[in-house]
Design a binder for this molecule. Structure first.
Ligand SMILES: [Zn+2]
Length: 258
């Protein structure tokens, strides 16, 4: 379900050398997940023409990864939103479902002492999953209705052909006042979502959608799609308020409320 760069980064972060941390140390930035202070971020992302043509926010090459913990700008955005805006952890009596959990973010959330913190991903052959990640298909989440206060599903829906079914499942398992953070790469200059399910080859998908395993490029009608599943969508941008944390200034938060 996750992109291959996600897993490559996971592997890469294991071999960060101490002298690299010294070389990149500085006081310009601060990773909110591991508290490493740096002068810059490591390069990440893929570069395909369609990413630039469609001005896809949340994709493309950029300096956005923490040298120490490997967190990406999109991970830090979710964490900063939860801690700084929601004060979500002020009350730990909460249930959270984290779909396709990013390693740095889930390592931070696990010891929080939440009533329930479930990590799930669709286990695909050839990939390694940490022991805390259950085999969960987001199209058939194995939990009752109204189970979770929060669902985090960060850059996952663009991989799923029937994304509306996934949205409906997330809606189903949310409690009445629950919310879901549903980030996707989104085209800044496209009103409509571009999808074509006849495009199935990895190279063709790279050309059409900017990544070998993406099945669409969301347009500005992404919000409509969420609303069609019953969500009230709170779209907001908080990145400029936290310059030290190295968030993507263009990346809006899509908070889907039940
Ligand atoms: Zn970090």
């Amino acid at each position: 379900m996750k992109s291959i760069d996600h897993y490559i980064r996971r592997a890469a972060q294991k071999i960060t050398k101490p002298w690299e941390l010294i070389a990149h140390a500085g006081d310009k930035y601060l990773c909110p997940l591991c508290n490493y202070s740096s002068k810059d971020w490591a390069l990440t992302g893929l570069d395909f023409p369609v990413i630039r043509e469609k001005q896809i926010i949340g994709a493309g090459t950029r300096h956005a990864v923490c040298h120490k913990c490997g967190s990406s700008d999109r991970e830090r955005l979710v964490y900063v939103y939860l801690t700084q805006r929601l004060q979500f952890f002020a009350d730990r009596n909460k249930s959270v479902l984290h779909i396709a959990p990013e390693l740095s973010l889930s390592k931070k959330l696990m010891p929080m002492g939440l009533r329930q913190y479930i990590c799930g991903d669709l286990h695909a052959s050839g990939y390694h999953y940490p022991s805390h990640v259950q085999n969960i298909n987001v199209l058939a989440i194995p939990f009752d209705d109204h189970s979770f206060d929060l669902v985090i599903c960060n850059h996952v829906l663009e991989h799923i052909p029937d994304d509306v079914a996934a949205m409906k499942e997330i809606y189903r398992v949310l409690k009445a006042a629950g919310r879901a953070v549903l980030q996707v790469p989104i085209s800044a200059n496209s009103a409509k979502t571009h999808e074509d399910f006849s495009i199935t080859g990895p190279a063709e998908r790279e050309r059409a959608f900017g990544q070998f395993d993406h099945v669409r490029i969301y347009g500005q009608d992404y919000v409509d799609r969420l609303q069609s599943c019953g969500f009230n969508v709170n779209r907001q941008n908080i990145s400029a308020d936290y310059p030290k944390f190295g968030l993507n200034l263009e990346e809006d938060l899509f908070v889907a409320e039940k």
